[in-house]
Unconditional design. Structure first.
Length: 96
């Protein structure tokens, strides 16, 4: 992620908080209650976003893990291509 992306995301969250605050005021809440409920919505959104990140971490569904797996698969496929059929048979026999 580039620095400008992080700045734009932060600005978007800040503006979303203001819009939510305004919507709550239009719905009839006073300024204090609208502020509290807009904070509740933003905190719940933050908790939801963090939970999706944690789920991806614990299930190894991160970009880094995918890149390492792709590299390992390509490396072993290349090693397998270099082996003769006899070496492959021997390797298969050793595993059983």
């Amino acid at each position: 992620m580039r620095r400008i992306d992080a700045i734009l995301i932060a600005l978007g969250v800040f503006l979303a908080g203001g819009v939510i605050y305004f919507v709550f005021q239009v719905l009839g809440l006073d300024a204090a209650d609208a502020g509290i409920w807009s904070q509740v919505v933003l905190v719940l959104g933050l908790i939801g976003w963090v939970s999706t990140y944690l789920i991806r971490v614990f299930t190894n569904d991160m970009t880094y893990h995918k890149q390492v797996k792709d590299y390992d698969d390509a490396f072993f496929a290349k090693q397998l291509e270099k082996m003769s059929p006899e070496e492959i048979e021997k390797l298969m026999g050793d595993e059983q």
